[in-house]
Design a protein around this ligand. Structure first.
Ligand SMILES: Cc1cc2nc3c(=O)[nH]c(=O)nc-3n(C[C@H](O)[C@H](O)[C@H](O)COP(=O)(O)O)c2cc1C
Length: 307
């Protein structure tokens, strides 16, 4: 058995058993996974984003294939925070892995209220990931995550509500992602995760119809990996908090690429649709892969590509 230590210390309170988490929206609430997949072997699980009220999401078609990836316009379909607390929290708290609850909202007040409702249950969860790729209705629909000021303000507001681990999930659809990462750090985030989906669209050449009901949607999968990697690489050079890399990760090589670019851990999204066991398999095989590289401890590869 390889003796490589693949645990990841995120802060004083939080130690991941390995660096592989599932990405929000691609693994449900962790309770509808095939029996063959033991989620307790993951480094962690991030839930689907939760909003104050239940959401049906956008009308179909909500998913389209693209070369090397997929487009989605799920529209944050979720059961809402009350049902989430009643039906999912106990199960999530019973898991033997790190559970992060993703929160989305259309105003500061909505994010705040969702977090307050969950905190009031004193849930056995490790922390929150804040999906800032949502339109701020009060600011004319501009996404929270495109403004450093809004990102810092939202982070500060939520930081005041919880001592649990607080991750701000960054959008790639911005001019300078490093500036938004700094804003999250200044606002009190424990970590940033990057990236959410990249804006994309498809049109049927014969009928002229949009491939997604909304026209534009989010592109994910291997097509966005180089964008995500560059984002992590840039952020790693400007913040001191941990970074969780997300975007097109399909195998161990991709994971190690993100670690070398400066990520402490990674999340796997679209690849779960091909194989829901992918995260568990990567976590299982990572020690032998690192051993072959002559590495004893995961932290030895972190940031090695940064000049
Ligand atoms: C079908 C689908 C649903 C998603 N839902 C959410 C969501 O609810 N909240 C969120 O923060 N990100 C969501 N994402 C974005 C993913 O968590 C991830 O950031 C993105 O897909 C890039 O990673 P990947 O290329 O490994 O899929 C979703 C992605 C997909 C494909």
């Amino acid at each position: 058995m390889p003796s490589v230590d693949i645990t990841v210390r995120l802060n004083d309170q939080l130690l991941l058993q390995n660096p592989i988490l599932t990405a929000s929206g691609t693994f449900g609430y962790g309770d509808d996974v095939p029996d063959l997949v033991d989620v307790n072997r993951l480094g962690g699980l991030v839930t689907k984003s939760i909003t104050l009220h239940p959401r049906e999401g956008h009308s179909p078609p909500r998913i389209a294939e693209t070369p090397s990836g997929m487009l989605n316009a799920i529209g944050l379909a979720n059961i809402g925070v009350d049902r989430f607390c009643d039906e999912k929290l106990a199960f999530l708290a019973s898991l033997d892995t790190t559970v992060i609850v993703s929160i989305a909202g259309s105003s500061f007040a909505e994010y705040q209220e969702v977090m307050e409702i969950i905190e009031a249950r004193q849930p056995g969860i490790a922390g929150y990931e804040i999906n800032v790729s949502c339109p701020n209705v009060k600011e004319g629909g501009m996404e929270f995550g495109v403004s450093a000021q809004m990102t810092e303000g939202l982070t500060r507001t939520l930081r005041a509500l919880t001592d649990r681990y607080l991750i701000i999930k960054l959008s790639p659809n911005v001019t300078t992602i490093a500036d938004i990462a700094i804003a999250a750090e200044v606002g009190g985030a424990d970590a940033v995760s990057a990236i959410n989906t990249v804006v994309g669209m498809g049109i049927d050449p014969l009928t002229g119809k949009y491939q997604l009901s909304t026209g534009m949607g989010g592109l994910s999968g291997p097509a966005i990996r180089p964008i995500a990697l560059a984002a992590v690489f840039k952020i790693a050079q400007v913040v001191h908090i941990p970074i969780i890399g997300i975007g097109g990760i399909m195998n161990i090589e991709d994971v190690v690429m993100f670690l070398r670019a400066g990520a402490h851990a990674v999340q796997i999204g679209t690849a779960n649709y091909r194989d829901p066991g992918i995260g568990v398999h990567i976590a299982r095989d990572l020690p032998s892969y690192l051993e072959q590289l002559g590495i004893q401890q995961l932290s030895e590869v972190r940031g090695t590509a940064i000049p």
